[in-house]
Design a protein around this ligand. Structure first.
Ligand SMILES: Cc1cc2nc3c(=O)[nH]c(=O)nc-3n(C[C@H](O)[C@H](O)[C@H](O)COP(=O)(O)O)c2cc1C
Length: 485
């Protein structure tokens, strides 16, 4: 008897379609412009032809990317509209298989430039999951994320989760089971483009930690890179900052902790209310200043003094190797403390208004006490300063915005598991030093809790995992309150 012929597997190519994010709709404005609307919020997208608008209507359910990939005037018009929506973070992308009309995967962009691209895979290619990839429950959905990826993937079909689990070990495409390979190849190509999957060459070994990315990436622990990208703006689409998300569920904690029930030693009779040095006075005078006097900006001389007091390298030295055959390690001493004496923090100054110093971006070379200009575009400078103004809810931009960036590898070369947490603690001690120096000089300053790490990477052309923002401080001459007459 002849064996029954194997049924040919149908190639099920998932279609990628762009779709407007939840709750957004498109509206033609009276002046002919198209706007994306969410409640009272509206984003103007510009003017488009009536035919383009007709196509755009499909964005509420899903407009296949292939439908406007051509070179016709209409395709170009629709393409411009869709890209504009994408840059505003208003789109997601659904993948469905031709067998099933349900979304089997939805891609949620996390950076404005994300566009679904497939990195080609052939049957001889070997792939494995990145060690930074993780699957987790979000609400009632399963999401696949990675701090390296420009998008996260909502997984609608449990079979895909099983395929991903199998990719914890390197697998060759040709050896994946046929059904899996044909139904998920496009998805695997999208995941490869997003660095959620790696393609391995012979030199890449098993795709383990030392085989993924450059030396700087090797030094990152998984939780540290997730923490860095998910705890500030730039590489994620979640709301950041004072969103009061569960304020209706959990009451606020009190300003001062209720005392323990044990016996109390009243310290008031031991400490003097009168300061016996200038330091307590300086501490009590320190406060945040968000409103700056732009008619009397900080001078270059004051800035030089401020940096000298708070951040200059005071001396340099070298330690013996930590282990046999290890390198000598160089160290420095500076005015503020730093875990392990690492001094990984760098100051980048975005100067908006400083007497004697041109508007622009500068790096403070703490070793030679000098400022080095960095080419950043006027638009980037404006966006960076405007974000700081917004974060402070201030009436104007800071005169000088100091971005504290970490050379992450300086700390993680030595410390495992606690590297990122040490860096954030170092930021705290530097910020207090900046506050006190500013106060002592009669200047004003304010810490800023969140920075756009993606914008900084573009301004400096430094990769986000090599050196990037971990804190900010706005500096300027505070406006003297007008005397009421
Ligand atoms: C880590 C940190 C982050 C902060 N982030 C912001 C911020 O994003 N926007 C802002 O206006 N103030 C920010 N502040 C300033 C605080 O709001 C301020 O220190 C606090 O209200 C106490 O007021 P004072 O500094 O005047 O004593 C930050 C302070 C710290 C220490």
């Amino acid at each position: 008897m002849r064996a029954p012929r194997k049924k040919p597997t149908r190639k099920i190519a998932p279609d990628i379609a762009a779709r407007l994010g939840h709750h957004f709709s498109l509206q033609i404005q009276p002046d002919g412009n198209i706007a994306a609307i969410l409640g009272d919020y509206s984003v103007n997208l510009g003017q488009f032809s009536a035919a383009a608008m007709d196509c755009a209507r499909h964005l509420s359910t899903g407009l296949p990317l292939a439908s406007f990939a051509g070179k016709s005037a209409l395709a170009r018009d629709v393409d411009a509209l869709v890209h504009r929506l994408a840059r505003q973070g208003l789109l997601e992308y659904r993948l469905s298989s031709s067998r099933n009309t349900q979304d089997f995967v939805v891609i949620e962009p996390q950076v404005p430039e994300y566009w679904p691209r497939r990195a080609k895979l052939g049957s001889r290619d070997t792939i494995v999951l990145s060690r930074f990839a993780f699957l987790r429950r979000r609400g009632n959905e399963l999401v696949l994320e990675s701090p390296r990826a420009g998008a996260l993937f909502r997984i609608g079909d449990p079979a895909i989760a099983a395929t991903l689990a199998a990719l914890s070990q390197p697998r060759t495409i040709g050896k994946l089971d046929q059904k899996t390979a044909s139904s998920t190849l496009h998805l695997l190509e999208l995941l490869l483009d997003s660095q959620i999957l790696l393609k391995l060459d012979a030199k890449d070994g098993q795709g383990l930690r030392v085989n993924e990315g450059d030396g700087n990436l090797v030094l990152w622990d998984f939780h540290d890179l997730v923490f860095h990208t998910r705890s500030t703006e730039g590489r994620q689409a979640n709301p950041v900052g004072a969103a009061f998300t569960y304020a209706g569920v959990v009451p606020p904690s009190p300003a001062v902790r209720p005392p323990w029930a044990g016996s109390k030693i009243d310290l008031r009779k031991f400490s003097s209310p009168e300061p016996n040095s200038g330091f307590p006075k300086l501490l009590r005078e320190r406060h945040s200043t968000r409103d700056f006097d732009d008619k009397n900006p900080v001078t270059l001389g004051e800035l030089a003094q401020f940096l000298d007091t708070s951040a200059r390298v005071l001396s340099e030295w070298k330690s013996e190797p930590y282990f046999e055959g290890g390198p000598d390690v160089t160290y420095s001493t500076r005015p503020y403390p730093s875990a392990g004496s690492a001094y990984e923090l760098e100051l980048y100054l975005t100067v908006a208004n400083c007497d004697g110093l041109a508007r622009g971006l500068y790096h403070y070379d703490a070793g030679s006490h000098a400022l080095v200009a960095i080419n950043a575009s006027p638009q980037q400078l404006q966006a960076h300063l405007a974000a700081a103004q917004f974060a402070m809810d201030a009436p104007g931009q800071p005169q000088i915005l100091i971005t504290i960036a970490a050379r992450f590898g300086r700390v993680s070369w030595k410390y495992s598991s606690i590297a990122y947490s040490l860096i954030l603690k170092d930021v705290g001690s530097l910020i207090q030093t900046l506050y006190l120096s500013a106060t002592d000089m009669g200047l004003g300053g304010c810490a800023i809790g969140s920075t756009n790490i993606d914008l900084f990477a573009k301004m400096t052309e430094l990769e986000f995992h090599i050196e990037g923002p971990v804190g900010q401080f706005a500096l300027g001459r505070g406006r003297t309150p007008e005397v009421q007459g």
